[in-house]
Design a binder for this molecule. Structure first.
Ligand SMILES: Cc1ncc(COP(=O)(O)O)c(C=O)c1O
Length: 356
């Protein structure tokens, strides 16, 4: 064990004061729990595919750096999304792309509706970008006129719109998004993390100032960390300048390329999750004092009489959900529940019944 013998090092003086004031991103310990807190796909890779996948991974030369340009994988994704490979940028999760976007854009104010995905505001803090939120209306609706007026007032240069939104689960009207995209004088990032479970996607809104962020995390590959951005050829070309040269590791590249050839497996799983979502929503609605918000994602936001009590009661029965109470004024007494397998959802329901 190395020990410092010279004068005591003052760690505080080496670090930014605002960084020291932050807390690191907390992930709950889920060992042994039914894990319904992080919007993961509950289904593991089918056995038949596992063998083939292992064979693919055996071919990867990990002594070499990965392919930095990822032409093949970008073409597979481009073909799937009906764009050209030059419109695709890959990230180590879409989180990394959020960081790239905030790193490369002008030093303007950033805005998102509230509540929405926490990473937008967090990365703004890291990069000392001003971040401003506008509260959503009733039923988590977004009013385009109000949003655009707030953008003008706060001199906003970039907005994040999660469609469907996390943690509310709803999808804003298409007209609202169209209006914002066509009238906002800056960059619009449409974050479609939950697209596999949504009734709509927004590729048609792509424009020089509109980009679309997607991820494979919710579709079933959260452990691989792969997200991507669709944008104009020139925008993607510029953003590539702040991408770490080998940001997608060789195992992820090989896995994604293989798994995309079996996209039907994951699309079928997403269909089961959508169906389970309807069933779980209907069953939860039947419980006393439970309000279930409409969802186009792989989770349900619910309001109960006492979120802490329900959260702790579920935890005591080995079920982990996300307690949103206290994270935003609009999320009072709210819990966010990821849709699990049929068995997990049944376990959740029976635990909820016993608690309520
Ligand atoms: C709206 C939204 N965007 C992006 C992400 C990040 O996903 P990943 O970094 O796994 O691609 C999430 C994850 O919860 C999310 O909810």
């Amino acid at each position: 064990m190395h020990s410092f013998t010279h004068t005591q090092i003052n760690t505080a003086s080496m670090l930014r004061k605002d960084i020291r004031a932050l807390s690191s991103y907390q992930v709950a310990d889920a060992r042994g729990m039914v894990k319904l807190d992080a919007m993961e796909n509950p289904f593991t890779l089918p056995h038949s595919l596992r063998r083939e996948w292992a064979r693919v991974l055996m071919q990867v030369d990990i002594n070499r750096y990965p392919d930095s340009q990822m032409q093949g994988l970008r073409k597979q994704i481009a073909d799937r999304d009906r764009v050209i490979p030059e419109q695709v940028l890959l990230g180590n999760g879409s989180d990394e792309i959020i960081q790239m976007l905030l790193l490369a854009t002008a030093d303007s104010t950033v805005m998102a509706p509230a509540p929405s995905f926490a990473m937008y505001g967090l990365v703004c803090k890291w990069l000392r970008r001003d971040f401003f939120t506008m509260p959503l209306g009733n039923n988590f609706n977004l009013d385009a006129k109000q949003f655009l007026a707030a953008c003008a007032r706060e001199k906003v240069g970039m907005v994040f719109l999660a469609c469907p939104n996390n943690p509310t689960g709803n999808l804003w009207d298409y007209e609202t998004l169209q209006t914002i995209c066509s009238q906002f004088n800056g960059l619009v990032v449409i974050d479609e993390a939950y697209m596999p479970f949504s009734s709509r996607q927004h590729t048609a809104l792509l424009a020089p100032n509109v980009v679309i962020l997607r991820t494979f995390s919710k579709l079933g590959w959260a452990g691989l960390r792969l997200g991507y951005l669709l944008g104009s050829v020139s925008f993607i070309h510029e953003l590539n300048k702040v991408r770490m040269p080998y940001n997608i590791n060789a195992l992820t590249q090989a896995s994604a390329s293989f798994l995309l050839k079996h996209d039907d497996v994951f699309q079928a799983q997403a269909a089961v999750i959508r169906q389970q979502r309807q069933q779980l929503a209907a069953a939860l609605t039947e419980l006393p004092n439970v309000h279930v918000f409409p969802s186009e994602a792989n989770f349900l936001l619910i309001r109960v009489a006492d979120a802490d009590r329900v959260f702790n009661g579920l935890k005591a029965q080995g079920i982990l959900v996300k307690n949103m109470h206290g994270s935003d004024p609009a999320l009072k007494q709210c819990l966010r529940i990821t849709i699990g397998s049929e068995t997990e959802n049944a376990q959740l329901l029976s635990a909820m019944r016993s608690i309520l």
